[in-house]
Design a protein around this ligand. Structure first.
Ligand code: PAF
Length: 284
């Protein structure tokens, strides 16, 4: 597995394979891999000739009070895991490589409007502008035929799909299902921050989403009642502080009163200092 730290190196690597007619898959990540990342890499391996994983903790998508400095990192472990699933190259640039002009004077941003108005777009101002800007840079650098994202970050994946379509980026954006621990907790690099008690408390996320799905199966269609049901379950856990719970139409992410078509229940909840997100998409 090749490790490239500069844009020039990864460009040369990709150019070589493209000249030979090979397809390129890109899995953009911020590292600290878990099974969710590995599932994306395995799917990329199955469907593309060459798999590039980008590993870059992008400062542009973190707010001033967020966990950029504490974000978990373990480069050696990540390399071993990626090598074991057959990744061909890791692209891991420095901040200087990605933003040589510095953050304060960086001036070109990519922004998807509308879809970013709610959920994490509302509770983390500037977050999606940072994500879509860095993902555009990664797409321009790696020029993949396909890129892979997880449904755990459903709003991010939908926003990136829309951006790729609106800006004719000419690649396929694939979204793969959330990978969960045996007890239902969605895999996330941030789970490592949780204490034992917080981790037990956090099981309410998946539990409430399953209750939402079951209630729909039993015929409930009222978004307000379903939202209330999820909120009641979460607030019944003393250590859980909800940031948002929303039920929206997919893929437009607009609120609806009566459920129909594809709908998402998405939530963000704090356990101590750790903010976790989760969601479920149901076809009504
Ligand atoms: O989901 C992530 O890990 C990040 O938001 C991404 C897509 C790699 C952009 O920095």
């Amino acid at each position: 597995m090749h490790i490239h730290r500069t844009i020039a190196e990864i460009r040369q690597f990709v150019r070589h394979f493209k000249a030979a007619g090979k397809t390129i898959g890109l899995v953009p990540t911020m590292g600290y891999f878990h099974e969710g990342h590995l599932a994306l890499m395995r799917e990329a391996k199955k469907t593309c000739d060459v798999v590039v994983v980008s590993l870059y903790v992008n400062p542009l998508q973190f707010g001033p009070k967020e966990d950029l400095a504490q974000y978990p990192r373990d480069f050696e472990r990540d390399c071993t895991m990626a090598r074991d699933v057959g990744v061909d190259a890791i692209f891991t640039p420095s901040d200087q490589e990605m933003y040589p002009q510095g953050f304060s004077t960086f001036s070109t941003f990519v922004e998807v409007t509308g879809l970013t108005a709610r959920l994490c777009g509302q509770s983390r101002p500037g977050h999606f502008r940072g994500v879509t800007t860095v993902v555009t840079k990664l797409f321009n650098i790696v020029t993949p035929d396909r890129a892979f994202f997880g449904q755990k970050d459903a709003q991010q994946a939908i926003v990136i799909q829309r951006m790729a379509r609106d800006l004719n980026m000419g690649l396929d954006v694939t979204i793969l299902p959330t990978v969960r621990e045996k007890d239902g907790l969605a895999m996330s690099s941030r789970n490592v921050y949780l204490t034992g008690e917080q981790r037990r408390d956090a099981l309410v996320l998946n539990r409430s989403l399953c209750t939402f799905r079951d209630a729909i199966q039993e015929g409930e269609r009222d978004a307000g009642r379903l939202r209330g049901m999820i909120m009641d379950m979460i607030t019944a856990v003393p250590g859980a502080q909800p940031d948002y719970v929303e039920i929206l139409a997919v893929p437009d992410l607009q609120p609806l009163e009566t459920l129909q078509g594809r709908v998402i229940a998405a939530l963000a909840v704090r356990f101590g200092k750790t903010r976790l997100i989760d969601n479920i998409i149901v076809e009504v």
